[in-house]
Write a protein that binds this ligand. Sequence first.
Ligand SMILES: CC(C)(COP(=O)(O)OP(=O)(O)OC[C@H]1O[C@@H](n2cnc3c(N)ncnc32)[C@H](O)[C@@H]1OP(=O)(O)O)[C@@H](O)C(=O)NCCC(=O)NCCS
Length: 170
Amino acid sequence: MNQPRLLLNQPADARAYAEHLERVGSTKHAPALANPQAFVLGVFEGTSLIAHLAVLLQPLIHRADLPIALLELDHESFTDAYPPGLVEGFVQTFDVEEPYRRRGVGSRLQLAALEECRNRGAHQLRSWSSLDRPANYALKIALGFAAHPGHSYLPAHDRWVRGVYFVKPV
Ligand SMILES: CC(C)(COP(=O)(O)OP(=O)(O)OC[C@H]1O[C@@H](n2cnc3c(N)ncnc32)[C@H](O)[C@@H]1OP(=O)(O)O)[C@@H](O)C(=O)NCCC(=O)NCCS
């Protein structure tokens, strides 16, 4: 099994990425390799991609797609409250195919993502996952991420879902 590397926006990587996303059921949420705001790290076994971690680089501001009318807020934007220019990596999708789990692949991908965020000038790496992800929770705690219980709004379902945010400065 190879070490994590950045996937390139070229046919061989795009094909391996698409096949892997199909196998793990993450086709809906994973960013395209052509997205200039994102990077995707992958681990190969031969020519097969067996694990990936996709990160979106974004300004550290409140989400703009929330149903703001439901919140007890007078303002629609708190952008000015943040230090200007602060950028974070936010994990979009993270999967290790089942036969390859518990071999340190997921941890290596997270460590590579922290380094990539640092190289790109981001302040932190952050993610959110719902309560049904005990393996991911254990991995994040083992790597020293801070854990913050919190809901996330899922626009596709128009629902707030309970989970945990994990964050680590890079
Ligand atoms: C979460 C996931 C990516 C972890 O990948 P992995 O390669 O198996 O993780 P690692 O081997 O690096 O595990 C590192 C540590 O995390 C913890 N851990 C990982 N899986 C665990 C499990 N099933 N139960 C308890 N602890 C677990 C352990 O402390 C482990 O160290 P150890 O094996 O030395 O005990 C993988 O389980 C997965 O793809 N799950 C389905 C998708 C998912 O939940 N994605 C993340 C949220 S969207």
